[in-house]
Design a protein around this ligand. Structure first.
Ligand SMILES: Cc1cc2nc3c(=O)[nH]c(=O)nc-3n(C[C@H](O)[C@H](O)[C@H](O)COP(=O)(O)O)c2cc1C
Length: 377
């Protein structure tokens, strides 16, 4: 058993010091009431503070951007105060925590939005799919209104204010969610962006929304506290393939390199059949971008180690393994097999399936790298 795995060694750069290279991936557990994370959220994240870095649930920057019922927010005082308790708890346990900022755009249902505000999107292109609403009623995703130019500027400002609020709540930084078919990716994608103004048409115009968010965030909180999540070639939330996808991502990455942001977090969905990020893309990203790369999607301790050793990533994010294994890094260190989470409580269930997964009995070490069948890449 090798306890000198790179995965478990600190990551120390001029900008960031993490106790290990394990990241808790963003997971919206949808347990916020009126967008406010409660005491259970502080307990849940505190239990997982052994991760080198925690990234929170996707957290809405505006009342009409929540996407799913129960999503937390970061646009009002009660939400900032709720998140402050989370950040304090993680810091008290020696962890580091970034907030993932989201605006879900055309994904959601207006009945779930504060004040039943309509969904908003680059163009009025309704997404296929159902959305859970109060009383366990699943309704077709509602039709979005097309954002005016003034709306677009407000949406950009809402992201920047979300970042400012996250820092006020004591977070170490933010991750802008430009993955999985939410608003920034809706601007990038020609299927959902049919605009003919400065925010639609060419690659540069479709990228403008995201890049203005990043530029404003960097100016407000600093490039060393700004990360981004991307999911190139992944097809989630009713986005088809498009011809210019690789070129669009290259353009964006070059701009992100110019801005010098802390990290790019790639969300691969290959293991669950929603699109794999080609290794050639990641190697090209490495050449173009000299910040940190986080890789997520189906990783195990062993495949994570292989990706780190191959130089594909600096940090590896784990999602589902963190649900039922609050002490994941210790289990990796001691080779303790992982517990399986209950999918019925991933997105609902109060404290059940949230804060009640125990730590392992750490005296019972087995072999490092149990559960090694999935492909991290
Ligand atoms: C319950 C659950 C909620 C998730 N919520 C988010 C989210 O809020 N933001 C996001 O970018 N990805 C989200 N994801 C995706 C994870 O961050 C991760 O990319 C995915 O689970 C694959 O990693 P894994 O195989 O280690 O679970 C979620 C995944 C799960 C299982």
């Amino acid at each position: 058993m090798n306890t000198e795995k790179k995965l478990l060694t600190p990551l120390i750069t001029g900008r960031l010091e993490l106790s290990n290279r394990v990241v808790m991936a963003p997971m919206n557990r949808r347990r916020a009431l009126n967008g406010v994370p409660g005491d259970s959220a502080a307990l849940y994240f505190g239990q997982r503070a052994g991760a080198g870095l925690i990234i929170t649930d996707n957290t809405a920057v505006a009342p009409n951007g929540i996407g799913y019922m129960g999503t937390p927010g970061i646009y009002n005082r009660a939400q900032i105060d709720g998140w402050k308790r989370v950040a304090d708890e993680v810091h008290a346990r020696g962890g580091r925590i970034f907030m993932q900022l989201v605006h879900a755009g055309r994904i959601g249902h207006y009945l779930n939005n504060e004040g039943q505000q309509p969904l908003i999107a680059p163009s009025a292109v309704t997404a296929a799919g159902l959305m859970r609403t109060a009383g366990e009623i699943h309704l077709p995703i509602s039709e979005p209104v097309e954002a005016s130019v003034a709306d677009v500027r407000r949406l950009i400002d809402e992201h920047i204010h979300g970042a400012i609020n996250a820092i006020e709540a004591g977070f170490d930084g933010v991750e802008i969610h430009c993955a999985h078919g939410f608003l920034p990716e809706q601007f990038l994608h020609p299927h959902t962006n049919r605009r003919t103004d400065a925010y639609g048409g060419s690659i540069a115009a479709r990228s403008r929304f995201l890049l203005e968010i990043v530029e404003g965030t960097v100016a407000a909180i600093g490039k060393e506290r700004t990360g981004i999540r991307l999911s190139p070639f992944v097809k989630l939330n009713d986005l088809p393939d498009y011809a210019e996808e690789a070129e669009t991502h290259r353009y964006m990455v070059d701009a992100l390199q110019e801005m010098g942001i802390l990290y790019i977090h790639l969300s691969d969905q290959g293991p669950v059949g929603h699109g794999k990020i080609p290794e050639a893309y990641i190697r090209d990203l490495r050449r173009r971008y000299d910040g940190l790369i986080i890789l997520a999607g189906g990783c195990t301790a062993e495949t994570a180690e292989m990706a780190l050793q191959a130089g594909l990533a600096d940090l590896i994010a784990f999602g589902k393994p963190y649900i039922a294994n609050p002490d994941l890094t210790e289990r990796f260190r001691l080779g303790i097999p992982l517990a399986a989470g209950d999918p019925d409580t991933y997105y609902q269930g109060g404290d059940g399936g949230y804060t009640d997964y125990p730590s392992a009995d750490l005296s019972r070490g087995l072999t490092f790298g149990a559960n090694t069948t999935a492909d991290c890449r």
